[in-house]
Design a binder for this molecule. Structure first.
Ligand SMILES: *Cc1c(COP(=O)(O)O)cnc(C)c1O
Length: 356
């Protein structure tokens, strides 16, 4: 729908990080990137894959001033049979359009977006790492490029896809993290942009994140902005709690990002016959479950880590240790299952994996 992708190969291939080097997250980038441009009246045009490199824009480009920027995050995996596969990329394309819609940015053909990702991954296939637990992180994003300081939606945009080989999130296996329940700052509010994957949502969280670090907490758990009572999410992860045998996660209130990992986990739990519900959960429900000993597990979910066991929650000076700070049975099973499907060790009965 947006035309044939033109390919300009990079004549200067970079040296790839060696097997012994820790890849980390988003430190190295592949040889190529995808780009296409939008102009009001003519739509998306000139889809192309070009050598990875700086992009230049007018200093008045609207993205620098009014924050029209949305992004996605997904991964390509090298399976044990040496095939390269993507995890539910159609869902990322859908969500990208929903985010664009919220920020008054133009829509894209979702099949075209998946095709662009697959074409780029195929071209840089030798960048998909082989080390256990590693993958190729894919970052599609859209920015407003029209030069002008009037506050309105831009008439020009760029869609770019870059890719970075990343190491296993947990180099030494799953590690429980400490989380600070944030009672002062807010990430998002109903009616705002919390359910869009937009850059500004992240900018709003960095101060609280830095303060959490001072309390030895890796992440912040956000409460709703109005009553400061209902649990939302961890800012780059959705959250789940296992209370008295039932798994609960906050319902999508409008200020929570609809995670694809979240959706996949709900699906698996239903398949396994484990009771799971999406509903409003207040911090008081969690404190009560902690006090009466029914708070069995807690974990975050997202593309980067898949699942992240929560070892403790710190709320208003009260430290709640969960499962004695150990990795729960359910979170371990979810981790093994999802990574098993991604690396081709477990049958993909839901057709989540798309080959490149
Ligand atoms: C991307 C993101 C998530 C996780 O979504 P996945 O699709 O599972 O990776 C959760 N919360 C926020 C705010 C996010 O931006």
């Amino acid at each position: 729908m947006h035309g044939k992708i033109r390919i300009e190969r990079n004549p200067n291939r970079k040296t790839k990080p060696g097997l012994e080097e820790a890849l980390g997250f988003g430190r190295y980038f592949t040889d190529h990137m995808f780009m296409m441009d939008y102009e009001e009246g003519s739509g998306w045009q000139d889809p192309r894959i070009v050598p990875y490199g700086p992009i230049s824009h007018d200093p008045a480009a609207m993205v620098f001033h009014y924050g029209q920027a949305v992004f996605e995050g997904l991964k390509a995996f090298r399976t044990e049979k040496d095939e390269i596969v993507l995890f539910r990329p159609d869902q990322n394309a859908k969500r990208l359009n929903r985010s664009c819609d919220r920020l008054q940015m133009p829509q894209m053909d979702e099949e075209f977006v998946v095709d662009a990702i697959r074409t780029l991954v195929r071209l840089d296939a030798d960048w998909v790492p082989r080390k256990k637990g590693s993958s190729l992180y894919i970052r599609p994003f859209v920015i407003a490029t029209e030069a002008g300081l009037g506050v309105r939606a831009s008439s020009r945009y760029s869609f770019v896809i870059i890719m970075s080989p990343v190491g296993a999130y947990y180099e030494e296996g799953l590690q429980p993290i400490n989380i600070l329940v944030e009672s002062h700052y807010a990430r998002a509010v109903r009616g705002g942009t919390g359910n869009a994957k937009t850059a500004g949502n992240y900018a709003a969280t960095l101060k609280a994140q830095a303060l959490a670090k001072e309390h030895n907490c890796a992440q912040v758990l956000w409460l709703d902005a109005i009553e400061k009572m209902y649990i939302e999410e961890a800012g780059s992860m959705n959250v789940f709690f296992k209370i008295n045998g039932e798994v609960v996660t906050p319902s999508l209130s409008g200020s929570i990002l609809e995670g694809i990992t979240r959706n996949s986990i709900i699906h698996l739990l239903k398949e396994w016959g484990i009771p799971v519900s999406e509903r409003k959960i207040s911090i008081h429900d969690i404190v009560e479950a902690f006090e009466n000993g029914t708070l069995e597990e807690a974990f975050g979910t997202g593309t980067a880590a898949v699942v992240s066991p929560i070892g403790s929650l710190l709320w208003n000076g009260t430290l709640m240790s969960i499962n004695q700070g150990n990795i729960g049975e359910l979170v371990a099973r979810l981790y093994d299952t999802i990574t098993g499907i991604q690396y081709g060790r477990i049958e993909d009965s839901n057709s989540w994996m798309i080959s490149c």
